[in-house]
Design a protein around this ligand. Structure first.
Ligand code: ADP
Length: 190
């Protein structure tokens, strides 16, 4: 099995690129943000707990997303691998992922990182807010806190994965098609 991580700040275009990657490489797209939004829509106790954190631009507790990912790994069959989107988002989550995979004699295949500057993050999220209507895309204070959370808690993963020699970066500022070509060129190496 392949275990790819799609990495990058909020609004980098991870979800957009993921949809064509999963088809081309027969992967299961696992977005922890999507899984959490499903829980919120279902009104589960987990969803209720997650909603206030997400709306504030904070991360949900590591154990919640780690359990979700573990569960998906166990239940999804008939794919060549997984494309993790929005997970891991902290060093603790990355270490948990390594453990989960080690127990299956597997490891992270590669980290594909889509990078955009903070100003473009804000522009992209504002544009998306008008289309998708996500509550966490609507308020400036939430967007700013998501960017801060990204820099503080998620960005340290770059050196974590560089050390493991699994890290590849593409410039995410171009067109969807342009970024897709760069992503595919990297994916074809694994
Ligand atoms: P984006 O990439 O635009 O930030 P996501 O859909 O990946 O959006 O995530 C939305 C929100 O869900 C995050 O801001 C965070 O509150 C929560 N979330 C998603 N994934 C994780 C994770 N791995 N750990 C903690 N919280 C998460």
């Amino acid at each position: 099995m392949k275990y790819y991580i799609l990495f990058g700040p909020p609004g980098a275009g991870k979800g957009t690129q993921a949809s064509s990657m999963v088809e081309k490489y027969n992967l299961c797209h696992l977005s922890t943000g999507e899984l959490l939004r499903k829980e919120i829509a279902a009104g589960s106790s987990l969803g209720i707990k997650a909603k206030s954190l997400i709306d504030a631009g904070e991360l949900v507790p590591d154990e919640i997303v780690e359990d979700m990912i573990k569960n998906e790994f166990e239940t999804v069959k008939d794919v060549d691998g997984f494309l993790l989107d929005g997970f891991p988002r902290t060093i603790a989550q990355a270490e948990a992922l390594d453990k989960i995979l080690a127990a299956k004699n597997e490891k992270v295949t590669s980290v594909i990182s889509i990078m955009i500057p903070d100003e473009l993050i804000k522009e992209r999220i504002k544009h998306r807010a008008a289309i998708e209507g996500r509550a966490d895309d609507a308020k400036d204070s939430t967007i700013n806190n998501r960017i801060k959370t990204y820099h503080e808690k998620t960005e340290p993963l770059i050196s974590f994965y560089k050390k493991a020699q699994a890290y590849k970066e593409v410039d995410g500022t171009g067109s969807i098609e342009g970024v897709r070509e760069k992503v595919n060129a990297l994916m074809d190496k694994f």
